[in-house]
Design a binder for this molecule. Sequence first.
Ligand code: GRF
Length: 202
Amino acid sequence: KNIAVFASGNGSNFQALLDSVQNGRLEANIRILVCDRPSAFVLERAKAAGIDSFVFSPRKFGGKEEYENLICEKLAEANIDWIVLAGYMRLLGPVLLSAYEGRIVNIHPSLLPAYPGKDAIGQALAAGANRTGVTVHFVDEGMDTGPAITQVEVPILDGETHESLQTKIQKVEHRLYPEVLQMLLNTQGESENGTKAGINLR
Ligand code: GRF
C-alpha cells in the first residue's frame, strides 16, 4: 500500500514511520510528504531519505478547496491509498475527506476527547491531570474528533515538565503509529469484503 504523510513541523513521527519501513516493521511505501510550511524541518528528513515532497503555502491559494484539489492530484499521481497525518496543523476539508474516506488517520498526544487541538501536553499539565496519553484515530472534519482506533496511557508524575512529558509521549507515539498502520493495512482487505476490521491492539 502507498502512504502519503502530511506534516507541518519537526517530523519525528514521519521519521519513525520511515525507520519502520526500513526495518520491515511497516510493510508500506511512503510515497510522498505533504507539507504546508516551507521552512519545516520535516522537509529535510524527506530529502535525506529520498522521499518526494509536495510543499505549499496555503496563503497563496484562494482557499482550502483550491490547494486540496492540487494535493489530490499529487496523491492520485502517486497512487496513494492512505493519508497519515503526523503533526499536520490544519483541518482537512471536504475535498480530501471525501476522496480518502475511511483511509485518513491522525495521531494526537492526549487521551481524546480530552485536550484536543494545540499543545495537548501543556493542556494536560495545566489541568493538573495525573495521566494523559496518545490516541490514533480516524480523521473527520472536526479538530481531533474522529473515531479512536487505539489509545495508550502515559502517567504524569510529580515534578513532570513539559519537556519530560513530551519525551515520554513521543516515545510511545514512535512505537505506536507504525504498529497501528501495519494493523490497518493488514485488516483493510477484510473490511473491503464487508468483514469488520479487527481493530483491537491492546
Ligand atoms: C505529535 O506529538 C503528534 O501527536 C501531534 O503533533 C506532534 C508532531 O510531532 N499531532 P513531530 O513533528 O512528529 O515530531
